[in-house]
Design a protein around this ligand. Structure first.
Ligand SMILES: [Zn+2]
Length: 680
């Protein structure tokens, strides 16, 4: 959508050369006065770019990218008049719902028309509230620009200037950078019609907060008439998510400025559809006004989805999206990527950032699975659904967020399986982003082959079967790669909702893939597989630790052993030697590997001699003196101190590290670390 076309580049060079007289003739200059609402309408004045044709058509968009539905913004425009430079009227004829033909166009200088807002319009229409317009004098103006400004035939690639006069105290929130601003007027410039329609502006008394995320300055702007929400609270809740997204995208966002613009409806009739619309430098939300304490989780979910659109389709997309024809669009077949993978990523990033637990993430996927299977046609080819989402299959559109997300989950797990945990959907989108970037597009019919060439030959069959084809996705098999089971609904469950659960008997291979799927280097969400009796208190945890490794020669319950530790926790033995202390660092799974044979062969028992606990909030540190006996051919018995670092999360205690130092003649355990009973 931000394609730098050749025309614009050439124009810039001419201007640079000083032929400034061209400027007035080669761009659109729009004027709008927000103080002047009459009958819920605004008057729009356009100084047109120079036209050489004898006749030309003035268009309002029929459909805009990302909405997948005919909006017909021409319905809201009336009283279209055209004038030549002398102010004489030219002949104008409306030729369709969204087009007006102007005669003697080579003399055209000005177009004036009225436009009504969509939100409270009596006109029958299909415009989503988040793509619509609102004119509430002295309160709020939502300018989704596609509903207000039109373009001339074959001239959608010329720049636009918007001069907007605003009420005192009002602030314009947008992803655009204003070229000038005063207390009464803002001026904005866009590269072309794509950039214009990609840039909503909301005017009202401001409640804004700005945060810095990586290289980007992020504006959070809200309109909450009953003050149930504040930008400060939303910003605070978005910040963790945005920092995680930044890391997920490799530490650099593809934007320098971004605006989250929220309209909370607390003074209009309820919207038929509320939601959000993504743009390259902003996203606009029309949501019900609710107390932020209870609604914030949903707001963060939808904001996460919209923000992820800066990757798909706003960076990676096909010709159909990047060279969008607002009045005769060809729909892409890749909504699984644009909407599906965006929805999936927006939830995955929340589990990776520790905002949601792995189990909450599974239940989100389970819900998508149940809704998708219960309410939509599972055997409809997904590419066909994409292409016909504004037409024949309009009633199936909701499934792009459900099955589209599940296709992405299955593909993510399949890529991880094929790569031994080294290549995921995230890597694929990163590679596609590098290959195409903002200025290039792929051809719709080549994408599956391109992805196959970037990944594995097997992936082509995946697309052939489950995205282009009508085969049902065998979800059980894809989820099983990560040791996740689908639990079918109980017979009495009227909602017919399946659940997803982590298999407690997952193999090491499944757990390793699960970790690659849900864990990243920047966050280590822990999956609780421990029995509550082992980990509810510090006392239980320490007792379990001794218990699990003690016993006669034979098998130990190593799953139980590992369940006591936080992912990434480490263990280490310190030994005093003549040269000084040595430290051998290991991790629980390695400890199991190197010791399980010895435990099979010999009895080993370890018991506690004394314990000192320091505890504060969710952290604790335990000095636990021990004595063990290892019954080899030459049985040994030794003592020492275990130093255990613990944290409390998800209502249980976890071992973060377990270090021990053995006692020797010159280093006896101090009496204070051995309790009375044990000393006797
Ligand atoms: Zn979306």
């Amino acid at each position: 959508m931000n394609l730098h076309n050749k025309c614009f580049k050439a124009l810039s060079i001419l201007l640079f050369a000083g032929i400034s007289v061209l400027q007035a003739q080669t761009n659109y200059q729009y004027r709008l006065n927000l103080n002047d609402v009459k009958d819920d309408k605004l008057s729009v004045t356009l100084i047109t770019p120079k036209v050489s044709e004898a006749e030309i058509t003035f268009y309002m968009p029929k459909i805009v990218p990302g909405t997948y539905r005919n909006s017909d913004f021409g319905k809201f425009v009336s009283n279209v008049k055209a004038y030549n430079a002398k102010g004489q009227p030219l002949n104008v004829k409306q030729t369709s719902e969204n087009s007006w033909q102007i005669k003697k166009a080579n003399t055209l200088s000005k177009i004036i028309y009225d436009v009504e807002d969509t939100w409270d319009s009596k006109i029958k229409h299909e415009v989503y509230s988040m793509a619509g317009t609102n004119f509430e004098a002295n309160k709020n103006f939502v300018l989704n620009t596609c509903g207000i400004f039109g373009y001339l035939e074959n001239k959608k690639d010329l720049p636009f200037t918007l001069n907007i006069t605003k009420p005192a105290g009002f602030y314009g929130s947008t992803g655009l950078v204003s070229s000038s601003t005063s207390s009464t007027e803002d001026v904005y410039e866009t590269k072309n019609a794509d950039h214009l329609y990609d840039s909503p502006i909301m005017f009202c008394i401001p409640d804004t907060t700005t945060i810095k995320v990586g290289n980007a300055s992020v504006l959070i702007s809200i309109y909450s008439p009953n003050k149930l929400a504040t930008s400060a609270v939303i910003a605070k809740n978005l910040e963790t998510l945005l920092q995680a997204t930044n890391k997920h995208l490799g530490g650099k966002l593809p934007v320098d400025k971004y605006a989250f613009i929220y309209y909370f409806n607390g003074e209009q009739a309820p919207f038929a559809t509320s939601g959000a619309w993504e743009h390259s430098y902003s996203s606009f939300y029309s949501l019900k006004e609710e107390p932020q304490e209870t609604a914030i989780g949903n707001w963060v979910d939808v904001s996460s989805h919209e923000f992820f659109h800066i990757v798909t389709p706003l960076t990676i997309s096909s010709k159909e999206v990047k060279q969008f024809d607002f009045n005769n669009p060809v729909m892409s077949r890749h909504l699984w990527l644009y909407e599906g993978s965006t929805e999936y990523d927006s939830h995955l990033v929340q589990v990776r950032a520790g905002i949601n637990t792995p189990n909450q993430f599974l239940q989100k996927l389970a819900q998508q699975l149940s809704f998708s299977k219960n309410y939509f046609k599972d055997n409809l080819r997904f590419t066909e659904l994409s292409q016909e989402s504004a037409g024949k299959w309009q009633d199936q559109y909701g499934n792009v967020y459900l099955k589209g997300s599940l296709i992405s989950a299955a593909l993510d797990l399949y890529l991880l399986k094929l790569s031994g945990g080294n290549y995921s959907l995230k890597n694929l989108k990163h590679d596609l982003g590098i290959k195409y970037g903002k200025d290039k597009y792929f051809n719709d019919d080549e994408l599956f082959d391109v992805i196959t060439s970037l990944t594995f030959p097997e992936v082509r069959q995946f697309f052939a079967d489950y995205v282009e084809g009508a085969k049902s996705i065998p979800y059980e098999s894809f989820f099983s790669y990560a040791g996740v089971k689908i639990v079918p609904p109980a017979a009495e469950d009227k909602s017919k909702s399946s659940k997803l659960m982590f298999d407690p008997n997952a193999t090491a291979e499944q757990i390793s893939l699960r970790n690659a799927w849900l864990n990243t280097s920047f966050a280590q969400p822990a999956i609780n597989t421990a029995s509550a009796a082992d980990v509810s208190s510090i006392d239980q945890l320490v007792k379990s630790l001794y218990d699990v490794i003690s016993g006669p020669a034979g098998e130990r319950d190593w799953k139980r052993f590992e369940s006591l530790f936080f992912p990434g926790a480490y263990m280490g033995a310190i030994r005093q030697t003549a040269q000084g202390a040595t430290f051998n660092k290991t991790i629980p799974s390695e400890y199991v590997k190197s010791n399980q044979e010895a435990f099979q062969k010999y009895a080993f028992t370890e018991h506690e001699l004394g314990r000192t606990v320091n505890e504060f909030g969710s952290l604790a540190q335990v000095f636990s003196s021990y004595e063990y006996t290892f019954s080899t051919e030459k049985p040994t018995s030794r003592r020492g101190i275990n130093n255990i670092q613990l944290i409390k999360q998800d209502n249980r205690w976890w071992i973060m590290s377990l270090l021990w130092n053995e006692e020797n003649e010159s280093l006896p355990i101090p009496a204070k670390y051995i309790n009375q009973k044990a000393r006797k």
